[in-house]
Design a protein around this ligand. Structure first.
Ligand code: PGA
Length: 262
């Protein structure tokens, strides 16, 4: 059974003082109150250390938002997987659509990053999702499959123990237009089948498939009620500790048997 997981992606927001206040707020409101939910915070690189200290001794996990596939070298502006582990990260987001769209990351790059994260024992959160144009052209399934293949090429079958996948339709990110429960269920079902084809049925069932895109405290309960949705990756609403805590709570409330075990 996939672990219920809720991840905050703070993107490029906040000074260290703001990150500290936000992390403390989440710790106060979420803390250890929802043991059935794995809660992860992904601040910008500059606030990793500040947030690491703020979370020390709690059940909350620390994630980076990106990494480079090389461990070190002349790659100005980049950060390698071991460096993130050293900074206290347990997780790293890989292939977010903003990285793909604004910074030209290809499926091949995403695959290399995923492999580098695994090599360094960081838990990758692989983001995949179609654009509105692709959805309208009936290409959603093909796009999701291609993104999965690119990312998982050459990855060992035991990746199920540490991989998380986030379905983030590009048209839903930061737009206030979230996928309906039916749309999320369809896409997640397709992704689960894709994982099963590549990794086997049983391992695929253990991989959390999160939904991301305009998740709010308002729509979280209906998304949490979808058996195929194992959690969420939250952008905008994660910048307010109360909103984020309400979303975690919605998933904790729904932590009855999920996915195929339902
Ligand atoms: P959003 O972002 O919640 O602001 O739509 C989600 C994401 O990009 O992970």
């Amino acid at each position: 059974m996939a672990r219920t997981t809720v991840i905050a992606n703070w993107k490029m927001h906040g000074t260290q003082a703001e990150a500290l206040a936000l992390a403390r707020g989440v710790r106060r409101l979420v803390g250890n109150r929802f043991p059935a939910v794995e809660v992860v915070l992904a601040p910008p690189f500059t606030s990793l250390e500040t947030v690491r200290r703020a979370l020390r001794g709690s059940r909350l996990h620390l994630s980076a938002q990106n990494l480079h596939w090389q461990p070190q070298g002349a790659f100005t502006g980049e950060v390698g997987a071991d460096m993130l582990g050293d900074a206290g990260c347990s997780h790293v987001i890989v292939g977010h659509s903003e990285r793909r769209r604004l910074f030209g990351e290809t499926d091949r790059d995403v695959g290399r990053k995923l492999a580098a994260a695994l090599e360094a024992s960081l838990k990758p959160v692989l983001c995949i999702g179609e654009t509105l144009q692709e959805r309208r052209a009936g290409r959603m399934r093909r796009i999701l499959s291609a993104q999965l293949s690119g990312a998982l090429k050459g990855v060992s079958k035991s990746v199920n123990e540490i991989l998380t996948v986030a379905y983030e339709p590009v048209w839903a990110i930061g737009t206030g237009k979230n996928a309906t429960p039916a749309q999320a269920a369809e896409a997640h079902g397709w992704i689960r089948r894709g994982l099963a084809r590549r990794l086997g049925e049983a391992p695929a069932r253990e991989i959390p498939i999160l939904y991301g895109g305009s998740v709010t405290p308002h729509n979280a309960p209906e998304l949490a009620a979808v058996a195929e949705v194992d959690g969420v990756l939250v952008g905008g609403a994660s910048l307010d500790p109360r909103s984020f805590a309400a979303i975690v709570s919605a998933f904790a409330a729904n932590d009855t048997p999920r996915t195929e075990d339902a």
